[in-house]
Design a protein around this ligand. Structure first.
Ligand SMILES: [Zn+2]
Ligand SMILES: [Zn+2]
Length: 77
C-alpha cells in the first residue's frame, strides 16, 4: 500500500515513527479502523506480519478487514 499525504497526495517519508510530508510540512500518524464496527484497532507486529486487534469486536483482524487512515499529528509547542 502506498503512503501518500491526505492533503496534497504526495509521497510521505517515514521518519522517527511518523510519516512526514515535505510539501505540507506536516507529520501524520497511521491509524487503523475496523471495517466492521469502525472502532480504532490496535496494530500488532508479530513474526514480520502485521495484524490488528479490534477491542470492540474482540477479535484479530487481517489487513483487509481494516482501513488505514493518516491523521495529522499536531505539533505541541
Ligand atoms: Zn502533503
Ligand atoms: Zn471491530
Amino acid at each position: 500500500m502506498e503512503n501518500t499525504c491526505p492533503v496534497c497526495g504526495k509521497a510521505l517519508n517515514w521518519k522517527n515513527g511518523v510519516y512526514e510530508c515535505q510539501s505540507c510540512d506536516k507529520t501524520f500518524i497511521k491509524q487503523g479502523f475496523c471495517l466492521a464496527c469502525d472502532a480504532q484497532v490496535e496494530r500488532l507486529q508479530a513474526c514480520g506480519a502485521t495484524s490488528y486487534f479490534c477491542h470492540s469486536c474482540n477479535e484479530l483482524k487481517s489487513r483487509s478487514s481494516v482501513k488505514t487512515v493518516f491523521e495529522e499529528q499536531k505539533t505541541v509547542s
